[in-house]
Design a protein around this ligand. Structure first.
Ligand code: GLU
Length: 470
């Protein structure tokens, strides 16, 4: 039997879930789902000065919104300090770690000196072989790294990466205040949680050889590693706030669909032929590290916007109606608690899907369907609500008024009769009507708009427009 795959997403809650973190979470999630494995969420909050409960909530909110459900957790490292300390004790007893009495100031001074002499700023090993404690000093604990030979990280994406052990620092695993450090806690947890694959950003690649020695010291088989290529902004520097929104929930706010963002994120490093749009099932089915590239990925907001537009076009209108509701209120298209018929809203959305790239755009376009009155764009009003169109609009209004229903066919007939009588083109009538109905000069087909707005409101809008003609 093959081993059961167990992976984890291990964010430090020192900020919101951002694009890079979400991509790491997604690749872990997909790898687990593809292999019927287990996906664990572990909150690495040992840095108590920078971690907050709000950020933990925000990360969880982001993962839930993206639909990246986990199977175990969330675990919190701050709940496990006793466990880490017991491993530190064990290392001390086994001679795999030692007490270090050097003060922060001393270390700093020696680091500066080493750098001034062109040497790597590595711990000089002064306390490695101390025979007894230094009275009056509370020590930190350092892990004893090998000082010669090489460590090879056999990465699933990059292949073997070799490190000289002489470069490896004797890590501090317990600070003198008794708190454990990242390179210890991450390994202890991976061991306790039986992690088989460590999938994370390649900013951690330099930590990996050190961690490999900690796994070994614990007598645990070293997990497989996949270090994901960096994500860059358009100027080819590391993606950051300078490049625009990087927090996942900011994309919710901007009206992106979670599936569109997931689809975009997966393409930051992974590909499957030329295919761009993937369902969740396809992603789970196709995902593997063979198709993850080594090269850094460039974050392209225009492409994300395009993809979101594709997802909007391809989503059922009923689903969009649900999703757009909070945006209708936020954009003041509808009032809080306003009664909107969902079937009617879906129909209205059906006419706008192809023109809206975000839910925010959709909410704004729905304004002229939902509002009691429309406001005219000044230029549109000037151009189309004039002396000439007054007669056309008046006749059309009378024609519509006498229609028994408000079907597409009836509307078409009413328009035709005005157009024919005056020997004008359909658009000469349609444009003033469009301004009357929507306030502007761009909208879906005019019959569709009228049908959805309905007879009563249409007549009222035409009456108002007729009055505005001068
Ligand atoms: N907590 C680390 C971070 O947020 C991740 C550690 C890991 O995945 O091994 O960068």
């Amino acid at each position: 039997m093959t081993e059961k795959i167990r992976v984890r997403f291990a964010p430090s809650p020192t900020g919101h879930l951002h694009i890079g973190g979400a991509r790491t979470a997604l690749f872990n999630y997909l790898y687990a789902r593809h292999n019927n494995g287990t996906f664990i969420l572990r909150i690495e909050d040992t840095d108590r000065t920078r971690s907050t409960d709000e950020y933990i909530e925000a990360i969880i909110e982001g993962m839930k919104w993206l639909g990246l459900g986990w199977d175990e957790g969330p675990f919190r490292q701050t709940d496990r300090f006793d466990v880490y300390r017991s491993y530190v004790d064990r290392f001390i007893k086994e001679g795999k770690a030692y007490y270090c009495y050097c003060s922060a100031e001393e270390l700093d001074e020696r680091r500066k000196l080493a750098m001034a002499m062109g040497k790597p700023p590595k711990y000089d090993g002064r306390c490695r072989d101390l025979k007894g404690p230094v009275p009056g000093v509370t020590p930190a604990v350092r892990f004893r790294m090998p000082q010669s030979g090489q460590t090879i990280v056999d990465d699933l994406i990059r292949g073997p990466v070799t490190f000289d052990n002489a470069q490896l620092d004797d890590l501090i695993i317990l600070r003198s205040d008794g708190t454990p450090t990242y390179n210890l806690t991450v390994v202890v947890d991976d061991v306790d949680m039986k992690i088989t694959h460590v999938i994370r950003g390649d900013d951690h690649l330099n930590n990996t050889p050190k961690q490999i020695h900690v796994y070994k010291a614990l007598g645990y088989e070293v997990p497989k590693f996949a270090h994901l290529p960096m994500i860059l902004g358009s100027d080819k520097t590391r993606l950051s706030k300078r490049h625009g929104a990087t927090s996942v929930m900011a994309y919710y706010e901007m009206g992106y669909l979670p599936d569109a963002l997931v689809n975009y994120l997966v393409r930051l490093g992974w590909s499957y032929g030329d295919q761009e749009v993937f369902s969740r099932e396809e992603l789970v089915k196709y995902f593997s590290f063979e198709n993850v590239g080594k090269a850094a990925a460039v974050f392209n907001p225009e492409k994300l916007l395009w993809l979101n537009g594709q997802y909007i076009i391809n989503s059922p209108s009923e689903k969009l109606a649900e999703l757009v509701m909070p945006f209708l209120i936020r954009e003041k298209t509808a009032g809080e608690g306003q009664d909107i018929d969902m079937a009617w809203l879906s129909k209205a959305i059906g006419t706008l899907k192809e023109r809206s790239k975000t839910l925010v755009e959709l909410a704004n376009s729905l304004r002229y369907y939902i509002a009691e009155e429309v406001e005219y764009n000044e230029k549109a009003k000037e151009k189309f609500l004039n002396e000439k169109s007054r007669g056309l609009l008046t006749e059309l209004k009378d024609g519509l008024d006498s229609l028994p229903g408000f079907s597409h066919e009836g509307l078409e007939k009413a328009f035709k009769s005005v157009v024919e009588k005056h020997g004008v083109k359909l658009k000469d009538l349609a444009q003033p009507v469009r301004v009357a109905m929507t306030g502007g000069t761009e909208s879906p087909g005019i019959f569709e708009v009228l049908e959805i707005v309905g007879k009563e409101k249409t007549i009222r809008r035409l009456e108002k427009a007729i009055k505005a003609c001068m």
